[in-house]
Design a protein around this ligand. Structure first.
Ligand SMILES: [Zn+2]
Length: 224
């Protein structure tokens, strides 16, 4: 399968490229393999802590804070899977809006649904905080907020009400139907997690409410 990469925004164009020609995102741990062909699934923990301390873009490493003083609010764009629209938690720090859109349209993992996560991650890989859904829905969201809010005591982000929300499937804008199917097909996994909650009834009730809220965010629905 051949596909043409979208033109990268300047901040991404400056990143080094891997052997296949993809820009190597800033967060990638470059020490896990050949320097020009690292495993994109492995995040560098030092970068994670740097992103938290300095509020760097997770994808290009640049400063997120708006540098045009006081003119506009800083935008924090999360690239998340559809189920994060339900639980509103991201295990990865936010990025610039244009970097996030590039990732959602160019990253082969996010855009090609039949690519699977390889199960052969090195044993010493630190599992991201929170429940990681090992499912590739082929649908990715760019969720833009004006807030930076972490879950206390965890390396997780609360994604607050979106100022803008873009749904993609295989690198192109997702239809309402694509987005709905991606949401609905992920629910059994979240329900299974709610079953294991110490208070399953309350967990299911909360999940039902979160699902209703997520359905309001499907493409073609005006943000309130
Ligand atoms: Zn960036």
């Amino acid at each position: 399968m051949t596909r043409t990469l979208p033109a990268p925004p300047p901040r991404i164009a400056r990143l080094p490229r891997n052997q296949a020609g993809y820009p190597i995102p800033w967060f990638v741990d470059r020490t896990t393999g050949p320097a020009d062909d690292p495993d994109f699934r492995i995040a560098d923990q030092r970068k994670l802590h740097g992103a938290i301390t300095f509020r760097c873009c997770w994808i290009c490493g640049g400063w997120l804070r708006n540098q045009t003083l006081g003119l506009a609010a800083t935008q924090y764009a999360y690239v998340i899977g559809p189920m994060c629209a339900v639980n509103r938690i991201s295990a990865e720090p936010p990025a610039h809006r244009d970097c996030a859109i590039y990732a959602a349209t160019a990253c082969p993992f996010l855009t090609i649904p039949h690519m699977r996560r390889r199960p052969d991650l090195p044993a010493d890989v630190i599992k991201p905080d929170g429940e990681m859904l090992l499912r590739n829905p082929g649908v990715a969201l760019v969720w833009v907020t004006n807030t930076w809010r972490m879950v206390p005591g965890h390396e997780l982000w609360n994604v607050d009400e979106p100022a803008e929300l873009l749904w993609f499937r295989e690198g192109r804008p997702a239809s309402r139907d694509d987005a709905f199917k991606a949401l609905a097909s992920g629910m059994p996994e979240l329900r299974a997690a709610a079953d294991k909650d110490p208070h399953p009834e309350a967990a299911h009730e909360q999940l039902d409410e979160q699902y209703i809220q997520a359905l309001k965010l499907l493409p073609g629905t005006a943000l309130g």
